[in-house]
Design a protein around this ligand. Structure first.
Ligand SMILES: [Zn+2]
Length: 407
């Protein structure tokens, strides 16, 4: 079994967190100066681990093991959310580098090998899953032409040129080279911690559907318009919210989550009856069948509200990604390694967040493992995981990788 060096692993994670440090976390959005400096550091670390490493034309760092394979592709992302945490993404990349070193140092692993990737812009500052989609052949040139930074509007082409990557080829997946893709990540929730488990074996990555529901009434004076004469879009919206929460709770599966995270009243003033209202309803679930049932329920409720009046109610699907199942033999390999290293301290679970693994899963068998997040906190600079859990997770990751390569 490749033996992980815990202090070497933690040391590299702490050093990587120095690029874009913000309080106890990291501010390292894709193509920022800190992100590009971190990528140059990763190339050096991968080279030191015996990999042939480079940054490709979309900003991915990819380190290739010598020889033809079969190989295992491992990695995650090193870009972060604004003022994000030090482990979200970074941990999975450094696990890959530590695994490459551990395999190199173990004579019993001769002939085995992993390619390590840090995918660019997983967090979607320009477009979601930019780097992994590019590698998987799911990103067209004209999408790169159109993409702009979501805050400052800088074209992606300009960011690529500024990084010195204009004209550099984009790395492309050679599926025949790989047994599969393995990604480790912090859980970013509190399921493991609250269940006192140290390893999560990911069974599926949830699908996400967002519905936009609009309510059209009559805007008027809040003092002179009697209640019986009103068509108040805000009243229609709040009634719909209550109906949705009641109905979805009846139909939900064990892992279903839904959120009304955005509400807009127009004109949103205390002395004006709202003439228009809009909400965004997001539903996540690992099961396609459950997502379809819940989506149909939301549509049914909106249509019933429209028929009942007095406001007009319209619903449309604003965005959708399908749930993605993880590969069962890979999940079983992670489970076997977790049982050996952590006894009963593991569990199977879906991922409630999106990850690059859902992109790679469209091209080859893919699997993920989670380690606990303290207090379930992520996308925040206070995000953290106990060092013991980080080290244990890496050893389970290494054991699972070896088992997959020998299968
Ligand atoms: Zn992440």
């Amino acid at each position: 079994m490749p033996a992980i060096d815990g202090s070497r692993l933690i040391g590299d994670l702490r050093e990587l967190a120095g690029f874009g440090r913000y309080r106890t976390g990291v501010h390292r959005p894709a193509f920022s100066d800190a992100d590009l400096a971190a990528r140059r550091w990763l190339v050096q670390r991968m080279a030191d681990a015996g990999l042939d490493a480079a940054v490709d034309g979309i900003g991915n760092v990819i380190g290739r093991a010598a020889g033809d394979g079969p190989r295992l592709l491992v990695g995650s992302h090193s870009d972060t959310q604004p003022h994000g945490g030090w482990l979200d993404g970074a941990m999975g990349v450094v696990y890959g580098i530590e695994l490459a070193r551990a395999m190199r140092d173990d004579p019993a692993c001769r002939g085995l090998g992993v390619d390590v990737a840090s995918w660019q812009d997983e967090e979607g500052h320009y477009t979601s899953f930019l780097g992994s989609r590019s590698f998987a052949g799911l990103l067209a040139e004209d999408e790169i032409d159109r993409a702009r930074h979501r805050d400052d509007g800088v074209p992606l082409r300009e960011a690529i040129a500024r990084a010195g990557l204009a004209g550099v080829p984009r790395a492309r997946l050679d599926a025949a080279r790989y047994r599969g893709y393995l990604e480790a990540h912090i859980e970013q929730g509190a399921v493991l911690e609250s269940g006192r488990r140290r390893i999560g074996v990911v069974t599926a990555i949830v699908g996400i559907v967002v519905y936009r529901v609009t309510f059209a009434g009559d805007q008027n004076h809040a003092g002179t318009t009697p209640m019986r004469l009103r068509r108040d879009a805000g009243v229609a919206l709040t009634a719909f919210c209550n109906e949705v929460h009641r109905e979805l709770a009846e139909l939900a599966g064990p892992a279903t989550v839904w959120t009304i995270g955005r509400i807009v009243l127009t004109p949103n003033a205390p002395s004006v009856v709202p003439g228009r209202a809009e909400l965004l309803l997001q539903i996540r679930d690992p099961s396609l069948a459950i997502m379809e049932t819940l989506g149909a329920a939301a549509i049914r409720l909106a249509e019933a509200a429209d028929r009942a009046g007095p406001c007009r109610v319209a619903i449309e699907r604003a965005s959708y990604t399908e749930p993605v199942a993880m590969d069962e033999p890979i999940a079983a390999a992670i489970e076997g390694a977790a049982a050996r290293r952590a006894g009963r301290g593991w569990m199977r679970m879906p991922s409630g967040a999106g990850h690059d693994a859902q992109i790679l899963a469209r091209r080859m068998p893919a699997g993920m493992l989670f380690v606990p997040s303290i207090g379930g906190v992520s996308h925040h600079y206070t995000e953290d995981t106990a060092e013991d859990d980080i080290v244990l997770g890496c050893q389970v990751f290494a054991d699972a990788a070896e088992a997959i390569l020998r299968s």
